[in-house]
Design a protein. Structure first.
Length: 249
C-alpha cells in the first residue's frame, strides 16, 4: 500500500507540473523549406516544421509536407498540399465529482494526415502595398489507437484506454498585407486568419518580416498569437515566436 501511495503522489506531481500555469501558453516555431519553379506557372516545395509549447519547454509537433502551386493568372495562385503531422499529445487529468483524482493519461505521440487546397488572390491598391486573400480548405485525419495507458487513482492500477479516429474539416480565411519600403530589405508583413468549422474556432494574428539573401535564400522572423474560441483539439491561446528559412533552386 505504501508503494501505491508513493506512486500516486508521483503521478499527481508529474501531471500538475506539466500543465500550463496560465490560460495563455507560449512556444517556438522553426520552419525550413525548399521550393522550385517547374515552369513559369507551376512550382513545388517541401517543408519541415518544429513546434514547442508549455512556455517553450515541451515539444508540441514535428511535421513535413509537400505542395504544388499553379498560377493561371498573374494575381491568382492555386495550391494543393499534403502534410504528415507527428503530435506530442498533452497529458489528461480527470476528476471525480467530489474533486478527487479519477484518471491520468500521460502524454503520447501520435500521427495525423492533412490535405489542403488553397486559392490565393493578390492585389496592389498602391505601388508598394500588396494585399492578398487566401481561402483554404483543410482536411485532417487521425487514426484510432487502442494501445494507450492511463492510471486509475480509485483502483490504483494501470489500464488500457483508446483514442477514437477523427476526421476534421476546417475553412481557413487569411487576409495579409505587406509593404515594400524603398532601400529597406526587412519589409513588414501582417495577417489575420480565421479558422471556421461550424462556427469560428480560432483567430490567428501574425506580424513579421523576411530578408532575401542573393535571391535564393530567404530568412524570416515573426510573432503569432492564436486565440482559441472553440474545440481546437483542446488547444489554448498561444503566443509564438517563429523563425523560417527557405531555399529556392
Amino acid at each position: 500500500m505504501g508503494n501505491n501511495r508513493r506512486l500516486k503522489t508521483l503521478l499527481i506531481a508529474t501531471a500538475l507540473a506539466v500543465l500550463p500555469a496560465t490560460a495563455d501558453d507560449s512556444g517556438l516555431i522553426v520552419e525550413a523549406g525548399a521550393s522550385h519553379k517547374l515552369s513559369k506557372v507551376v512550382s513545388t516545395s517541401i517543408d519541415a516544421e518544429f513546434r514547442t509549447r508549455n512556455d517553450f519547454r515541451t515539444v508540441d509537433r514535428v511535421s513535413v509536407g509537400v505542395d504544388v502551386s499553379y498560377k493561371p493568372l498573374k494575381f491568382l495562385k492555386l495550391t494543393a498540399a499534403y502534410s504528415l503531422l507527428i503530435d506530442n499529445n498533452s497529458e489528461k487529468l480527470t476528476f471525480n465529482e467530489d474533486g478527487s483524482y479519477n484518471n491520468w493519461r500521460p502524454s503520447y505521440y501520435g500521427t495525423r494526415h492533412r490535405i489542403q487546397v488553397s486559392a490565393t488572390g493578390e492585389w496592389k491598391p498602391v505601388k508598394r502595398l500588396k494585399l492578398s486573400l487566401r481561402e483554404r480548405w483543410q482536411y485532417t485525419h487521425r487514426g484510432e489507437r487502442d494501445d494507450l495507458r492511463r492510471y486509475d487513482f480509485d483502483n490504483e492500477w494501470w489500464e488500457s484506454t483508446a483514442v477514437l479516429s477523427r476526421n476534421k474539416h476546417v475553412l481557413r480565411s487569411r487576409l495579409q498585407a505587406s509593404y515594400d519600403f524603398p532601400k529597406w530589405k526587412f519589409d513588414p508583413t501582417a495577417s489575420v486568419e480565421f479558422f471556421n468549422t461550424m462556427s469560428l474556432e480560432k483567430t490567428r494574428l501574425t506580424f513579421g518580416t523576411e530578408y532575401d539573401i542573393k535571391k535564393r535564400h530567404t530568412l524570416g522572423i515573426y510573432y503569432r498569437y492564436d486565440i482559441v474560441r472553440g474545440d481546437d483539439d483542446e488547444d489554448t491561446n498561444r503566443h509564438s515566436i517563429g523563425v523560417s528559412y527557405n531555399f529556392k533552386f
